[in-house]
Structures are given as structure tokens and as C-alpha cells.
Ligand binder design. Structure first.
Ligand code: UDP
Ligand code: MG
Length: 326
């Protein structure tokens, strides 16, 4: 398509959307309200991560009514990180604001993000200070995840409670789109990239409509992805553990030889069974850790696209010149 009609918007809002049909019209109204007070040109790129509800239908209606809205639908559910990557590859603004489509990230925070950006920050994280309506158990696991990842990744500047709402300058977007990794965490990759990063706080709101698409399976995968992408600590731990157990085994062998030497050989199979079970279990666990690293590197070496696009809808007069398509 040709870049005709209106000029390039200054700001792009990128939202991944999975079964968000109910939320999208409200989000659109709030974005319009916020940007009308700011008086800057903007666009909203929404990537439908192959929803099962009418998400794409609602998006199409919005896109046909307002040229600032651009709708993309992925060919299957690839996960929100892939959807964000796709959205960023369509963004044409001088900066992009990545935010969920469920209104848990309030659009009213956008002016504070833009203020930091105008002061010179190239990445501005909106870090969750409070999370309304979240179950205690989820908050507990979230704290464990971020605590471990922050400690093990060795990356300074990781927002301590995580962040899935942020602003990126065009120069950061360009850099980010060069990454071809599939099994990784978007937040950690951006922190890893460097640039001038700053953080502001906000209160993550409760969901009004629909359910969280972040199943336990997806969260576990992100946890292992984040570990394998940013630390070799589990492999190092295996080596240390192996060395430690081998030393113990050697000392135990010495103990047995000494006993036999003085004429009181150690009796019994239970100690043997314990040793076999402990060692067998540990070895299997260690093979599992190696396997997690191995299949990821195997998968990455196939260089499959991170996502595939099924459809795109926006008004002809919009300016859809893309950075790159996957
Ligand atoms: N999302 C997505 N693909 C998925 C799961 C979620 O694009 O497979 C979107 C979702 O529509 C929302 C954002 O990612 O806009 C954050 O997801 P969600 O609200 O489910 O996560 P939570 O707020 O519970 O962490
Ligand atoms: Mg949410």
C-alpha cells in the first residue's frame, strides 16, 4: 500500500489483543480523550493475537471509522510478546507506547510517559506500584518471578515488579526489531539493550471485561524463556552440584574402605538405594535443564518467523509504511 493522505503520526500506541472485543471500544474512547488534550498526532496499532471472539470485527469497525486505527490479525495465537513485536514493526511514530488492550494500563498515564521522553529518556517504563483486583496468589508468584529474574539476569534497571506498559523511542524500536529471538522476554531484551531508560510508577487497574489470557502454562514458559535467554546460572549450578555430590561420594567411599579395613564392613542396601535414587533424580533434573537450553537453541536455529499475519485492515488514507514485516 502507498503512503498517501495524512502525515506521519508522532506517537504510535501498540496494543496486543486477545479476546478483548468488549474492551476495545472503551479503550479507543479513552485514547481519543487523552490525545485530544495533548494535541499531538497519533495512531493506534492493535494486533489481534487470533482471538476467538469478535476482537477483529470490532477493530475493523474502528479502523474503517478512524484512519488512526490500524488492525492486524495474526494467523494463530502466538502470545502477547510476538503480538507486540508485530505491532512495533507496523509503528511509524517517533516513539511507541506499548500497552495492553484491556484497560488495566490506563491511557491517562500516557502524558507522564511522553513528558519523560521529551526530557530525553529513550525508554520509559510504567512500573506497577499497585495492582488492583489481583489475587494474592498471583501477586506472590509475580513477586517470586521478578525477584528471581532480576537477581539471576544480572540486568540493572529491571523494574522490580516488572512492567508491561512502556514507551520506546524510534531509535530503540529500530534496534529491537533487529532481534530475531523467539524464546525470550521483551522486557528483559529492552533492558539489555541499554539506552537512556527511566521509570515512572502507576497503578495497574482491575480488568473490567474478559479474562486474563496469561495462563499458568504461558507464565511458566515465560519464566523458563527469561532464564535460558539471560543466564547460564542453572547450567553452572549443575556443574557445582555434580562436583559437590562427587566429593560426597568420594568421602563416603573412603568411609566404607576404612570400615572394611578395621574389620567392620558397612552393611545394608538401603544406603545404596538412597544414593541411587538421589543421584538418578538429580541426573534426570540436570538433563532436563540441559534439554530446556538445547531445544530452545535448536528452535531458534530453524529461524522460523516469530508470527504470521492473517489480515490487516486500515483506511487507505492512513500512512502504513512499516519498519519491517516478519
Ligand atoms: N494477550 C495477547 N495474547 C495472549 C494473551 C494476552 O495478545 O496470548 C494480550 C491481552 O489481550 C492484553 C495483554 O496481552 O492486551 C496482556 O494480557 P492479559 O491482560 O491477559 O495479562 P495480565 O494483565 O493478566 O498479565
Ligand atoms: Mg491484563
Amino acid at each position: 500500500m502507498q503512503a498517501v493522505g495524512r502525515s506521519k503520526p508522532e506517537i504510535t500506541v501498540v496494543s496486543p489483543a486477545y479476546n478483548e472485543a468488549e474492551n476495545l471500544p472503551h479503550m479507543y474512547d479513552r485514547l481519543v480523550a487523552v490525545f485530544s488534550t495533548l494535541g499531538v498526532s497519533w495512531e493506534w496499532v492493535v494486533v489481534d493475537d487470533h482471538s476467538g471472539d469478535d476482537t477483529f470485527g470490532r477493530l475493523t469497525a474502528l479502523a474503517l471509522q478512524d484512519e488512526r486505527v490500524r488492525a492486524v490479525r495474526l494467523s494463530r495465537n502466538f502470545g502477547s510478546h510476538a503480538a507486540v513485536h508485530c505491532g512495533l514493526s507496523h509503528a511509524v511514530g517517533n516513539c511507541a507506547i506499548v500497552m495492553a488492550a484491556d484497560l488495566q494500563d490506563p491511557p491517562e498515564v500516557i502524558p507522564s510517559l511522553l513528558e519523560k521522553w521529551r526530557q530525553g529518556a529513550q525508554v520509559v517504563w510504567a512500573a506497577r506500584e499497585q495492582r488492583a483486583g489481583e489475587k494474592e496468589i498471583n501477586l506472590f508468584f509475580s513477586r517470586c518471578y521478578h525477584g528471581m529474574i532480576n537477581r539471576l539476569s544480572g540486568l540493572a534497571q529491571v523494574p522490580p515488579k516488572g512492567a508491561d506498559f512502556w514507551l520506546m523511542d524510534r531509535v530503540v524500536i529500530r534496534g529491537y526489531l533487529r532481534f530475531r529471538e523467539i524464546h525470550s522476554s521483551t522486557m528483559l531484551l529492552i533492558v539489555w539493550m541499554g539506552f537512556r531508560q527511566e521509570t515512572i510508577g502507576y497503578c495497574k487497574q482491575a480488568r473490567q471485561h474478559g479474562r486474563s489470557g496469561w495462563t499458568l502454562k504461558k507464565k511458566l514458559k515465560l519464566f523458563i524463556d527469561s532464564l535460558t535467554a539471560f543466564t547460564h546460572f542453572p547450567i553452572r549450578l549443575m556443574s557445582y552440584l555434580g562436583l559437590f555430590v562427587a566429593t560426597l561420594g568420594f568421602l563416603y567411599a573412603l568411609f566404607i574402605i576404612m570400615h572394611a579395613w578395621v574389620g567392620h564392613p558397612v552393611q545394608g542396601w538401603s544406603s545404596l538405594m538412597v544414593a541411587i535414587l538421589v543421584l538418578g533424580g538429580m541426573q534426570m533434573g540436570m538433563l532436563g535443564i540441559l534439554g530446556e537450553y538445547l531445544w530452545r537453541s535448536h528452535d531458534e536455529s530453524r529461524r522460523r518467523p516469530r508470527y504470521l499475519i492473517e489480515r490487516r485492515t486500515w483506511k487507505k488514507s492512513a500512512n502504513p509504511s512499516e519498519n519491517r514485516s516478519a
